[in-house]
Design a protein around this ligand. Structure first.
Ligand code: AMP
Ligand code: MG
Length: 425
């Protein structure tokens, strides 16, 4: 880290992410039913309350027999019983005998193997001919093979996926302790902004940031509160910011616009006047250079996101998303990245980590990344069609056609342990 830059509130992407995560620790715990648990994170270890399967069961529709009887196959055995799933066998399989058995039914005493029906032939007298010999244990799922009573089946910190829900249902965990979701407020700032429900004024700029941010927050499973639009007036801004900083209601406040150094950019001084400790206000990245982050005395977080629509979304991806995921108890905080080959050269001005909106396609060798076109930070359509953000290290001048580079995926529900790129300049 360049300490002079740090003094000036300038950080690399990686250092800014680390700084945010150092402070994103307000977490709550709540109880949810299994039906509402998808995507949540378990607070406690989950133990099995049973052996599963509870006894040796058949893995096939077929016949339970003694493997010793089949050693001299082909052999013909007498059927003593029909056992369906849910039945308890009544008889013991003796020498020269077998039982018809269905998948999931308990294997009867005496039998040590199951032979699937396809490897048998029914005789005219009702007896069954077995064509092949099998080893002991053939096609039997052993008692406790999938779960052992008392065993920790899911560790605290596990994210509830559909597979996890299946395991939780198996051990009858109908109520679960999970981490709560932080409450998020979103505020837009700017005299030029027109609200969604205002009549169209061709000289105004539609407030898209509040809604794009809303979508980004909702995609993480959180329903945010939109606080509206504050004008570029210190008093009005203070009134709105106070609402967003109220820790009774919100854990995280996202403010878009007004974080630059223009004379009407009042966000940072107003936040400071309201007692927020600013941790950084510049990150060496493009787009998104004027991004600010602060904390309140009681652990609330404030992000001052750039007003430019693309910058606002890109900064959300790098800083807000991992913070919200950490507050929800997730271990994997970062968007998944993939390596892709570039369909064309990408040139940057060195000095800042650059995020280029790209689409991804696959060919026989893997992913191919292609720029969505103009990378002006005002062109929101570039974000709407992008599959990912190509990361261009600020230590480079870019990439040549065919070079392999890291692309941060913009959607999906799988995340990874680290950012997947250096983010240092
Ligand atoms: P600012 O960071 O306030 O200087 O804004 C930078 C640019 O982003 C300006 O062109 C603004 O008009 C635009 N902008 C700011 N806030 C929003 C918003 N909520 N929705 C769309 N554009 C915005
Ligand atoms: Mg503004």
């Amino acid at each position: 880290m360049n300490s002079k830059n740090q003094e000036r509130g300038h950080l690399s992407v990686a250092d800014a992410q680390a700084e945010v995560l150092r402070h994103a620790d307000r977490r709550t715990v709540e109880t949810v039913t299994l039906e509402r648990a998808l995507g949540r994170v378990l607070v406690e270890d989950i133990r099995s309350n049973r052996d599963q399967p509870p006894y040796d069961v058949s893995a096939m529709d077929g016949f339970a027999a003694r493997s010793a009887d089949l050693a001299s196959a082909p052999v013909t055995l007498t059927v003593i019983e029909d056992i369906q799933a849910g039945d308890m066998p009544k008889q013991t399989v003796g020498v020269g005998q077998c039982a018809r058995i269905m998948t999931g039914a308990p294997v009867p005493r005496g039998a040590d193997a199951v032979i699937r029906v396809e490897d048998t032939q029914a005789q005219a007298d009702g007896r069954i001919e077995f064509q092949k010999s099998v080893k002991t244990g053939n096609d039997i799922r052993k008692l406790g093979e999938s779960l052992r009573n008392g065993q920790t089946v899911l560790a605290a910190g596990t994210e509830v996926t559909p597979g996890v829900i299946g395991v939780l249902a198996t051990v009858k965990a109908a109520q679960l302790a999970v981490f709560g979701r932080p409450s998020v407020a979103i505020l837009a700032t700017g005299n030029e902004l027109e609200a969604l429900d205002e009549p169209l004024d061709p000289y105004k700029i539609p407030n898209s940031n509040s809604y794009a941010l809303m979508g980004q927050v909702q995609a993480l499973g959180i329903e945010p509160t939109l606080l509206g639009i504050a004008r570029d007036d210190p008093e009005e801004l203070a009134t709105y910011l106070k609402r967003g900083l109220d820790h009774e209601h919100f854990d995280v406040l996202l403010v878009s616009g007004g974080s630059s150094v223009g004379v009407h950019d009042h966000v940072r001084p107003t936040l400071e006047a309201l007692g927020v400790t600013m941790r950084f206000w510049r990150v060496e990245m493009r787009p998104g250079h004027p991004v600010a982050f602060g904390t309140t005395v009681d652990g609330g977080l404030v992000f001052g996101l750039p007003g430019n629509p693309v910058s606002s979304m890109v900064c959300f991806e790098q800083f807000v998303l991992p913070a919200l995921r950490q507050m929800m108890g997730h271990r994997r905080l970062f968007r998944r990245t993939v390596e892709a080959r570039l369909a064309h050269p990408v040139r940057i001005r060195p000095g800042r980590t650059e995020f280029v909106r790209v689409t991804l396609e696959r060919d026989a060798q893997g992913y191919v990344a292609r720029s969505t076109g103009t990378q002006s930070s005002g062109v929101l359509l570039s974000m709407a069609v992008a599959d990912g953000l190509l990361v261009v290290p600020g230590t480079s001048e870019g990439f040549a056609e065919g070079d392999s580079a890291t692309v941060q995926l913009l959607d999906g529900t799988t995340f990874q342990d680290d950012a997947g790129f250096e983010g240092r300049v």
